[in-house]
Design a protein around this ligand. Sequence first.
Ligand code: SAM
Length: 274
Amino acid sequence: MDFIPDYDIARKDVYRTVFCTYSSAYIVTNEYLPAAMNCMPKNCENALVVAASGDHPLFCSLSGAKNVDTFDISYNAKCMMDMKVAALNSLNYLEYTRFLTDLYNASLRITNVKHLDTVLSNLNKTERDYIYALKDYPIFARKSAPLYSMSLLKESEYYKLREHITKPYNFIMSDICKLGKKLTKSYDFMHLSNVFDYVRGADYENVILSLMEHVKPGGRIVTQFFVEGNDQIFGFYMAELVKKYKNWDFDKKVINFNEYAYFKNGICVLERSR
Ligand SMILES: C[S@@+](CC[C@H](N)C(=O)[O-])C[C@H]1O[C@@H](n2cnc3c(N)ncnc32)[C@H](O)[C@@H]1O
């Protein structure tokens, strides 16, 4: 059954800084996505990525993944992702960049965002009604400037994607800590991007183990995290974990993906060898 959003809870929860069912969504990613996509195995049939702003699944498709499933704890992230797919199918490239820029500049109200009605007319009724009902609330307010994003789709990429992505991505609404139990497929690639940075105090081992069960031999889990603080802990933790599980190899990279920003992004690649 489809998720039925509760507008009253959403109107309160959207102001929370912690990620939750109605936490505000990113308009564009603040990551350099090609770095993670380079870690995707060749001939990727099934991929699982965090929905976030929708950029993650779009880049996954662009990099050749045939089927992309998504998950997120936030319904607003699903809405942002579905709006990007709807935009892809209803706006030209210039209109798309204008749409994202207007959302970025919209402050709290999205009423005056050009092309909003066109995009929303391509969404299902539940999402469309929800976004209109919450249009004066900061449901898409986690921001970095679209035109300065290193992961803004290029025009050629936009039109290439349009040929393949004609319907919304399959979405599992879940806290990553409970995701393993909800998966029904095996994946070649899982991109768990900047999620563990925010899952404080979780039983990382059991979370990763429950996801590992859904990775095919030769498949990879890519965990990505901001280097500050978490790097040593998470990298060390992953290395220890794979020592215990003989079918897995481990690689750790630190990529300074944005020379204009103050943070670095670390990437851990866990590969299931057999
Ligand atoms: C953690 S944020 C980081 C933003 C990211 N760097 C980007 O470029 O979009 C990415 C996504 O993870 C989701 N998220 C945060 N905590 C989560 C959790 N415990 N389970 C599932 N998703 C979560 C957020 O809702 C958000 O959409």
